[in-house]
Design a protein around this ligand. Structure first.
Ligand code: PLP
Length: 454
């Protein structure tokens, strides 16, 4: 243990001074935070010395796992050489240039230009400004509306939270901002079990076309979606969904933004989720996995259609952040991408641990609490239901997901609960033996949850 205070002392100081994201502080003060103080590989340790399998990669980000020496050395070297310089006013830095160059190797075909930020939320704010600037420049300034999806997640800034389709977020702070609307999510188990997944995928996608026609295609700037909805509960769309979205966007000339903050950098078994689903977006949002979360970095990959107009006709794009192209973050991203390449982690997910997680999750379907499981690469979900045969959900007030999450923590496993859906996204370096440990612990926690609720 490396801690300098007792857990209780950390908890007291924490609840006195630290306002946490997405947290009820009364509830937190009553329980005390779990204080995580170190990590290695796929495990974290708390201040009581408990070793916990981190099946959420921190917050969907630690793709290469914890403690990777190359990333630590890259950050240290860059901090010693040049801890900061900006990219405004005709200046640049070697790490930012190297990162942009390296991204051309791993980005989907046609992506040759990259704008940097420090987070996914900022990157989606950039997207809103960039697509509106694009339409302005080509003489269609009335194209202002951006269409997202119910239960999508695109961040927590004013634009990010507006693009997100989370009612709990919209209820606070007067959101969404104008000209952002939402359509149906492709959540077959919740919304479409009266038809085949394929038929439902088409139906869900066609809500986009209906919305475009309602608004008028000449007013719509872009559609944004996550290839697999992450924060919404690891909702893997039916195979028919994305091709239909692509068709509709093309038919109406609308820009397609693939928000790959979670799906990017190997998570789905390809470098990017749009490749897993065979879609060619115009813009790609990235963050998290680009540095494996070791330092903050995000950005937008800008496809040729938009880049050409911005560069050749745009003049100044009056937009940017102090930390756009931060040299330490970019140096870590370069080391991280080279490590993903060297360890062949994308192939590891696609050919080995992704299919293995899928088969082990399918085994959980025999559990009395489990109505459905889904996986895509190294993302997985276990849907808990009150009645397995009919798929009837539990009463929300029972907070069954929270009960299960607490059992997971107490038994050395981080799984997240979205409603009654337990989700995982472990580091891409995870082994089959570690997946066995994950699934064994998950089953035990399902048993404990069942004993509590039945
Ligand atoms: N977009 C997606 C798909 C995300 O999952 C997230 C965060 O989880 C964001 C955007 C926001 O990223 P950040 O929290 O880095 O601002």
């Amino acid at each position: 243990m490396t801690t300098t205070r007792t857990t209780k002392q950390w908890q007291e100081a924490d609840s006195k001074h630290f306002l946490h994201p997405f947290t009820d502080h009364q509830a937190l003060a009553a329980k005390g935070a779990r204080i995580v103080e170190r990590a290695q590989g796929v495990y974290v340790w708390d201040t009581d010395g408990n070793k916990i399998l981190d099946a959420m990669s921190g917050l969907w980000c630690v793709n290469v796992g914890y403690g990777q020496r190359e990333l630590i050395d890259a950050a240290t070297r860059q901090l010693e050489t040049l801890p900061f310089y900006n990219a405004f006013f005709n200046t640049s830095t070697p790490p930012a240039i190297e990162l942009a160059e390296l991204l051309t190797e791993v980005a989907p075909e046609g992506f040759r230009h990259f704008f940097f930020s420090s987070s996914g939320s900022e990157s989606n704010d950039t997207n809103v400004r960039m697509v509106r600037r694009y339409w302005d420049l080509i003489g269609q300034p009335q194209r202002q509306v951006i269409i997202g999806r119910n239960n999508g997640y695109h961040g927590s800034t004013m634009a990010g939270a507006s693009l997100s389709g989370m009612s709990g977020m919209h209820a606070q702070g007067g959101l969404p901002i104008p000209n952002i609307v939402h359509v149906e999510q492709p959540h077959w188990y919740e919304l479409g079990r009266d038809m085949t997944p394929e038929a439902f995928g088409l139906k869900a996608a066609q809500t986009l076309e209906a919305k475009i026609l309602e608004i008028g295609a000449d007013k719509v700037a872009a559609f944004i979606g996550e290839p697999v909805q992450g924060a919404g509960g690891v909702i893997v769309p039916p195979s028919t969904y994305w091709p239909e979205i692509q068709r509709i966007c093309r038919k109406h000339g609308i820009l397609l933004i693939s928000d790959e903050v979670i799906c990017g950098f190997g998570r789905t078994g390809h470098w990017f989720g749009c490749q897993t689903f065979g879609v060619q977006p115009d813009l790609i949002t990235f963050a998290k996995g680009v540095t494996s979360g070791y330092v903050p970095l995000g950005g937008v990959m800008v496809g040729e259609r938009v880049a050409k107009v911005l560069i050749e006709q745009g003049g100044d794009f009056n937009h940017g952040y102090t930390y756009s192209g931060h040299p330490v973050a970019c140096a870590v991203a370069v080391a991280n991408i080279r490590l993903i390449q060297r360890l062949k982690l994308v192939e590891h997910v696609r050919d080995d641990v992704g299919p293995y997680l899928a088969s082990r999750f399918e085994e959980l379907r025999d559990h009395p609490l489990v109505g459905d499981t889904q996986t895509c690469g190294l993302m997985g979900a276990v849907q808990m239901v009150k009645d397995k045969a009919s798929g009837t959900p539990f009463d929300g007030d029972l907070a069954v997901g929270m009960i299960c999450r607490a059992h997971c923590f107490a038994n050395g496993l981080v799984m997240r609960a979205v409603g009654d859906r337990m989700i995982v996204a472990p580091p891409l370096v995870i082994t089959r033996a570690e997946i066995d440990e994950l699934v064994t612990k998950a089953r035990k926690c399902l048993d404990l949850t069942l004993a509590d609720v039945k």
